[in-house]
Design a protein around this ligand. Structure first.
Ligand code: HEM
Length: 964
């Protein structure tokens, strides 16, 4: 900021508030304004040139002072990112005093929020630059480039061609150039091929999971490099430290009355006297827990039809650390811990464990892939494959209505008489359907694994939504049979397809596109802003979808869209194709990028009222032009699966209510009593809308240590060929990550550009007052971590990483800043899931930790950037006109606006609320006060991102509010 502007601002501030504000507050603001000037003089931070010079989410002192005053500077030395301490990033207390509000974007609150968004953009740019590691053989090109084009600007890869064994091989061009066309580009193909028309295989079922971390940091227990050997010594193996011991000591939900919980199995008759303690998140409901499980079933699966390999392995409960040494467990230890040495599980599938090829760059040898690779057995696209299928086998489980094959089959259930119930319920799997025998009796859905009433709920909900769209389309056909539906067939692109011409198959596939896009929208602008409940993330997530500019400057958004897609997107310049692309896309948002093309200069064309959109379905560049993979084919990385191991979200008991008396808890129904076929029985016998109410009102489990569902530690799995036929899913989470070579927590953070921890005490939240009971609990936890993972005598000559350096630029060594020869915590060995659950320092309203969040920043945006149906193919030619409007307006007709301005924003009625109201009109009274369907329905949201747990008017008698 120039000196003159600064003086003007100070004058304005003083004029605005000097007679209402204490001199201390004015002085503090002046100090932080001075810091702003210093920050402005230094200019914007350059993007790191090498991975060891990354931003780490830590700004200069002056920047912290400018954006958050002393409150931000105070926590500057902690490992955690700075922006959570900026003004405006918390609840109402984080906002600037009234007297400086008038200063708009120069005022402190806005400086804090803008600063947070800028920090997040830096993180995203660096993540795109440093964290893409494809396992399919393209990594060498990514590093070395090809034919004079830098790797990150490459757009096609031979590894993404269809193999000759694929039935569509010749259709896409066989051995010649492969480009998808005709029928193959019209909709989301069941196996996921031809989403990217120039890379037909990308994201399809059975492709390899990618990595976000350097290949040589994976499989740390193999000690493949000196750095990993130095980092972990010989302390790690698949079963060391013992996963069941970790589960019992660090994950178990302690019960004040174990008899009433009964290991998560509750009391007979679903008595409401049952009780299982769990740590609750006040601003997030159980619907949100099952939502994310429902999402993961769409995105990835290591299992194939619910199976792993046929070969079994034991899963620990054999040893624990005593004074840093591994000691066998005695029978008494086993009894005290409650673990089971007899448990066994089937080993994970491995795609390739042969030695990877290597190449060299600048004298450094690199691997072409990780030492082992694994397949994603479903499509990686956000294509609602859990509903519609991901291969021919799963598609056979999807039942269409013989009376109108555009619809899904949803027969009515006798006895169900709520207003939405005539829309029906999913049928159960037929004995002729391909399935794992355990699934018998469950609803017929494409992805039936780990079914419970929560998953059953969402399948029924979106099947109803699918039919709601088809029904509306049929009504429109009745009204305007001869009008252009918008749909086109690329084989005969000039032929107008009228409403009456649309075939049932075409309509079915258009409905799939609509439902998948609605789901992506709900996740992006409804689920995530409630998961990360603060203003920067509200703005950030809406920016991902519809841009930071929103509806305020449609022409500018449109111009940016053109520049991003047709200038940066096609550029062979690495910086333009990646960094510039990502930064400028934040203006208009990712959704719809490249879906309009103007013939002349894109910016001038916008001023021209007669400008013509020349997007053309017969032009492959138009169909595909909006996607950007940033030089690395899209698939999820193993590290993404790790941070979605969210089992702690699930409560043991569901507080069942019905709409006749919503404030009353009628039963406590164990989640485990709704497992597999019991889910279907529960959904049907009690009704979809009563389950909506039940899960909408109840708080979900906090993602924290000491909060794993009891039933998941003791899950009965009859298919298992073991003595106990039980498994501790929490322990299994650790084992699977180890099998897949996920780096341990500290290196994981370094790889993602976050600061390392130097002892278990770093997990204790420094924001808490010294005498707080939460702090005492966290200190106890740090002590238990020390016992479970141990300590060792450190050796400062051992360098442990090349991902980062100390602040003085010296290499990071085994002592992590402590004197050589002293005992240091084995913080390097902590399993990543344990680490992120232990993070108690989090930005305001974060239901997840910052380590998980950084993984999402990268992969959640890529999921949109890479998918042409969310970018250049978000067009009526594929979705139909009705479909396009349905996605944009959250249903038929014009957008509906929410009452008032929740958290200061005027906003449309949220997309999931609209789906709930359409599919279950009986929820209308309950939802009348709900703004975000994932916020507990009877909670008073208070003002500006309040996390308080208090009832809204009318829910005062709800007994859930009597408990903390
Ligand atoms: C009734 C509730 C649930 C049950 C019974 C359940 C059960 C399981 C089991 C048995 C596995 C292990 C599969 C294996 O590797 O052999 C698993 C994996 C997993 N679960 Fe859950 N789960 C539940 C809820 C959730 C929720 C709410 C989430 C939230 C996202 C979740 C996310 C995951 C993930 C990410 C995996 C790894 C999947 C993979 O490797 O592809 N689960 N679950």
């Amino acid at each position: 900021m120039s000196g003159i502007k600064w003086c003007l601002l100070v004058a304005a501030l003083l004029a605005a508030g000097c007679n209402r504000t204490s001199p201390e507050v004015v002085k503090a603001e002046l100090v932080s304004l001075q810091a702003c000037e210093e920050m402005a003089r230094d200019g914007l931070r350059p993007i790191a040139a090498s991975r060891d010079q990354r931003f780490l989410g830590k700004v200069q002192n002056s920047t912290a002072l400018c954006r958050g005053g002393n409150g931000a500077v105070q926590f500057h030395s902690a490992p955690w990112v700075d922006w959570g301490n900026y003004w405006g990033a918390g609840d109402a207390r984080s906002k600037a005093p009234d007297f400086v509000k008038q200063a708009g974007h120069l005022g402190p609150t806005q400086r804090g929020i803008d600063g947070a968004l800028l920090d997040l953009e830096y993180e995203r740019i660096e993540l795109i630059k440093f964290n893409l590691f494809d396992n399919n053989g393209t990594y060498k090109d990514y590093v070395l480039g090809r034919n004079g084009v830098g790797g990150p600007a490459l757009k096609t890869w031979k590894e993404m061609r269809l193999p000759s064994t694929n039935t569509n091989y010749s259709l896409v061009g066989g051995a010649g150039e492969q480009v998808c066309k005709g029928e193959l580009i019209r909709h989301r193909n069941v196996s996921g091929i031809c989403n990217d028309t120039f890379n037909p295989l990308m994201g399809s079922s059975g492709q390899l999971f990618a990595r976000n971390v350097a290949f040589d940091t994976t499989f740390p227990d193999q000690g493949r490099t000196n750095l990993t050997k130095n980092r972990h010594g010989d302390r790690l193996s698949l079963m060391r430290p013992d996963p069941q011991v970790i589960s019992r000591r660090l994950f178990t939900r302690q019960q004040s009355n174990p008899g009433k919980c009964n290991g998560g199995y509750g009391l007979p008759g679903f008595s409401k006297d049952a009780d299982c303690d769990y740590k609750k998140a006040p601003f997030f409901n159980v619907l949100a827990a099952f939502w994310i499980q429902f999402m993961t079933h769409d995105w990835f699966s290591h299992l194939d039809e619910g199976h792993n390999q046929a070969e079994y392995m034991t899963v620990g409960c054999t040893s624990q650390k005593l004074n840093g040494n591994e000691k066998p467990l005695s029978p008494e230890d086993v009894k005290n811990l409650g673990c089971r040495p007899g448990d066994q599980i089937d080993k994970a599938y491995i795609a390739d464990s042969s030695d990877p090829k290597t190449f060299s760059k600048d004298g450094k040898t690199e691997s072409e892939r990780a030492p082992k690779t694994f397949r994603n057995n479903v499509t990686a696209w956000w294509d609602a494959s859990q509903i519609y299928g991901y291969d021919d086998r799963s598609r056979m489980r999807v039942k269409r209505d013989p009376k109108d094959p555009a619809r899904l089959l949803l027969p009515a259930v006798t006895g169900r008489a709520a207003a939405g119930d005539p829309q029906g319920y999913l049928p159960t799997l037929a004995s002729s359907d391909p399935m794992n025998p355990e699934w018998a009796g469950q609803e017929a859905v494409a992805f039936p694994d780990n079914f419970s009433v929560g998953i059953s709920f969402y399948h029924n909900l979106f099947a109803r939504e699918h039919n709601a769209f088809v029904d509306e389309f049929r009504k429109q056909t009745g009204r305007t049979p001869d009008e252009d539906s918008g749909l086109r067939n690329p084989i005969t692109p000039a032929r107008v397809i009228r409403y009456r011409d649309v075939t049932p198959d075409e309509l079915f596939e258009a409905a799939r596109l609509v439902v998948a896009a609605e789901i992506a929208k709900i996740h992006t602008i409804e689920w995530t802003p409630q998961l990360l409940y603060d203003e920067p993330l509200y703005l950030g997530m809406n920016a991902n979808w519809s841009g930071l500019l929103g509806d305020h400057a449609p022409q500018v958004s449109e111009a940016l869209r053109q520049i991003v897609s047709w200038s940066f997107g096609t550029s062979k310049d690495v910086k333009k194709a990646t960094q510039w692309y990502s930064v400028f896309a934040s203006g208009p948002g990712i959704f719809g990028l490249g879906s309009r093309v103007y013939a002349d200069d894109p910016v001038l064309a916008l001023i021209d009222p007669n400008k013509k959109d020349t997007w053309d379905i017969s032009n492959p560049q138009h169909v595909n032009g909006g996607v950007n993979h940033f030089g690395s084919p899209f698939n999820f990385p193993e590290e993404f699966v790790t941070v979605y191991r969210l089992h702690a979200l699930v409560p043991d008991l569901l507080e069942y209510r019905d709409l006749a008396a919503p404030n009353e808890i009628k039963n406590k129904i164990p989640v485990v009593e709704t497992f597999q076929a019991k889910a279907t029985e529960a959904t049907r016998s009690r009704g979809l809308s009563n389950w909506a109410l039940t899960m909408g009102r109840q708080r979900l489990g906090l993602l924290a240590l000491g909060n794993s569902p009891q039933f998941l530690q003791n899950l009965k799995i009859p298919r298992l060929n073991s003595a106990t036929q039980m498994i501790d899913v929490t322990a299994l989470d650790l084992i699977r990550d180890r099998e897949r070579g996920v780096p341990r927590f500290n290196e994981f953070r370094r790889q993602y550009g976050l600061r390392q921890l130097t002892s278990f005490d770093d997990f204790v939240d420094q924001h808490l007052p010294a005498d707080s009971s939460d702090k005492a609990d966290q200190q106890k936890l740090a002590a238990t971590l020390r016992e479970v993972y141990g300590q060792h005598l450190c050796d400062a000559t051992k360098i442990i990483t090349d991902a980062q350096r100390n602040e003085d630029q010296s290499p990071i060594n085994d002592c992590l800043g402590h004197p050589t020869g002293t005992m240091v915590d084995n913080v390097e060995d902590v399993d990543t899931v344990v680490g992120w659950l232990a993070e108690s320092t989090r930005p305001h309203g974060f239901a997840i930790s910052e380590t998980q969040f950084v993984v999402f920043i990268l992969n959640a945006s890529r999921r949109l950037y890479s998918d042409r149906f969310f970018t250049s193919s978000f067009r009526p030619e594929f979705y139909t006109r009705l479909g396009l409007d349905w996605v944009l307006n959250n249903g038929p007709g014009p957008a509906q606006m929410e009452k008032g301005t929740p958290n200061g924003h005027s906003q449309p009625v949220s997309p999931l609320k609209r789906v709930l109201l359409r599919t279950m009109p009986e929820l209308a009274p309950e939802l009348s006060t709900v703004v975000n369907a994932f916020d507990p329905w009877a909670r008073d949201r208070g003002e500006y991102y309040s996390l308080e747990w208090k009832p809204r008017p009318g829910a005062d008698s709800d007994e859930a509010f009597r408990k903390r």
